[in-house]
Write a protein that binds this ligand. Structure first.
Ligand code: NAD
Length: 497
């Protein structure tokens, strides 16, 4: 079994100490050993970043952007290799892995605009012979902690932008599928990034706590589950750090009676079962307005769920691979047991599913529940698996109240042909990302990504314009060059025009 190294100061480093297994979820076999960084290893990455920061901060933004142009090229050239690694350790299909990488590359493209996004704001003649400008300066060393479900895309939400803004970055990827994340970071160094500007350290709570506690780390970007997001936000801000912590989700799709049902069903199938439901924007609740819509939806969904093509993610032409770990598969199965016990109608049961030749893989078939009610655990909690719950309501207002009352507010969508209903939904829904006939409304890289309520802790969303604000701090400079031979008298009143 090979050992996956850390990447510190441009070097691949292995160390003796605690380690965990990384699995191939399609076979259920451990394929790599992953070292878990100690506090001392984290300090090495911090020291490397500290040494690299002064020169990188003073590197012209256009030069920093040139590194990102080369990085984008390398990512595109290595798409097949990266997708293979994602699929091998996460389990998602190759096509899905390539899709996440493409969405990640969009963030690199945005970062290529560094000279434009960092040019600041300038005002001439704010007073007699006085000019003023706002400069956007880097924070110093920033760290990112990322989840297993997008090992390429989510880290790419963070460090291309942080780095072109002049920061040094330490990434702590998920310990479940770190190989693609590491390869991508190596490509960034190959693109010409000075060593030390970016390090990758593997680890668990020990590594994360070391990053939280280090005074040199000025900001933390986190994406993962809500309890850990809340912890990192509380501990980071307590120490005066800037923190954006994106958490879990329960995303509802509302189906109105006038919706184009066939297209809505196609959209729902991908949004609920794609990536085995392991997406923070996955639709996990279909809210049907009226029994007629619900009955028609169930009739159309059932044959399609039963026909899902499920197998090893690395095979081509599949709809769904396995869940990431045996523990995740058992947790999702447990939720299905719980839903049955609570009285929901299990219309399609994916428990006990296995794939011929991959009997040890962490597979589960698609599951569908009808007649789910808000007090059930399967409605309240994030399941993060291929389970869609149908809730029946009588009106759009009732549907919106249900969504607004939920603790999470990441994404949502409405299927309708009614512009008035869609507009009301967009205006009043308490959710950060909203789709109208778009099931996974993940914002493009030049907007920003973030949920509301307990789906995000912090003020600024990830990437795009909010990302630039997060990774820079504003300095306002006011400058006067008195005209030669002029004399200014002291002024004791507060300066004004
Ligand atoms: P997770 O919270 O278990 O892990 C995320 C990161 O936190 C990992 O790097 C992990 O090593 C670290 N971590 C885990 N336990 C920790 C602890 N006790 N202390 C400090 N660090 C710890 O999440 P996951 O299972 O990898 O990912 C799935 C979750 O991420 C889901 O809840 C999903 O909704 C969420 N997610 C959210 C978004 C979003 O944008 N809102 C995007 C992707 C995933």
């Amino acid at each position: 079994m090979s050992v996956i190294p850390h990447l510190i100061n441009g070097e691949l480093v292995t160390e003796n100490g605690r380690a965990v297994d990384v699995f191939n979820p399609s076979t259920g076999q451990a394929i790599h050993k992953l070292p878990l960084a100690s506090q001392a290893t984290i300090q090495k990455a911090i020291d490397a970043a500290k040494a690299a920061f002064p020169a990188w901060r003073n590197t012209p933004p256009a030069k920093r952007a040139q590194v990102m142009f080369r990085f984008k090229q390398l990512l595109e050239q290595n798409e097949a290799r990266i997708s293979q690694l994602i699929s091998e350790e996460h389990g998602k299909t190759l096509e899905d892995a390539a899709g996440e990488l493409k969405r990640g590359i969009e963030n690199v493209e945005f970062a290529c605009a560094a000279p434009e996004i960092l040019k600041g704001e300038y005002s001439r003649n704010v007073g007699p012979n006085i000019d003023a400008w706002s400069d956007f300066q880097p924070l110093g060393i920033v760290a990112g902690i990322t989840p297993f479900n997008f090992p390429a895309m989510v880290p790419l939400w963070m460090y291309p932008l942080a780095i072109v803004c002049g920061n040094c970055f330490i990434l702590k990827p998920s310990e479940r599928d770190p190989s693609s994340t590491l390869l991508i970071a190596q490509l960034l160094l190959e693109a010409g990034l000075p060593k030390g500007v970016m390090s990758v350290v593997h680890g668990d709570k020990t590594a994360v706590d070391a990053l939280i506690e280090a005074p040199e780390v000025k900001a933390l970007s986190f994406v993962g589950s809500t309890p850990i997001a809340e912890y990192i936000y509380a501990e980071g801000t307590k120490r005066g750090k800037r923190v954006q912590a994106l958490g879990g989700a329960k995303n509802h799709a509302v189906l109105m009676p006038d919706a184009d049902l066939d297209n809505a069903v196609s959209a729902l199938m991908g949004a609920a079962y794609g990536s085995c439901g392991e997406r923070c924007m996955a639709i996990s609740v279909a809210v049907c307005v009226g029994d007629q819509v619900a009955d028609a939806l169930v009739a159309k969904l059932v044959p399609q769920i039963k026909a899902l093509k499920i197998g090893a993610g690395t095979s081509c032409g599949l709809d769904m691979g396995p869940l990431v770990t045996g523990q995740a598969r058992d947790k999702v199965s447990g939720y299905v047991d719980d839903g049955v016990a609570a009285g929901a109608t299990l219309v399609v049961d994916g428990r006990g599913f296995s794939v011929a030749g991959h009997e040890e893989g962490f597979f589960l078939g698609g599951c569908l529940f009808d007649n789910v009610t808000p007090e059930m655990r399967i409605y309240k909690e994030e399941i993060f698996g291929p389970v869609l719950c149908i809730v029946r309501v009588n009106s759009l207002e009732e549907a919106m109240q249900l969504i607004n009352d939920h603790e999470y507010g990441n994404g949502t969508c409405i299927f309708t042909r009614d512009g008035e209903a869609a507009r009301l939904f967009c205006d009043e829904i308490e959710v950060g990302m909203v789709g109208v006939n778009v099931p996974l409304p993940v914002p493009v890289a030049y907007h920003s990504f973030g949920g509301w309520k307990r789906s995000l802790f912090g003020d600024l969303h990830a990437y795009g314009p909010d990302g630039v604000r997060f990774y820079t701090r504003r300095k306002a400079i006011t400058q006067r060059w008195p005209q030669r031979a002029s004399h200014e008298a002291s002024q004791f009143a507060f300066p004004s025009l």
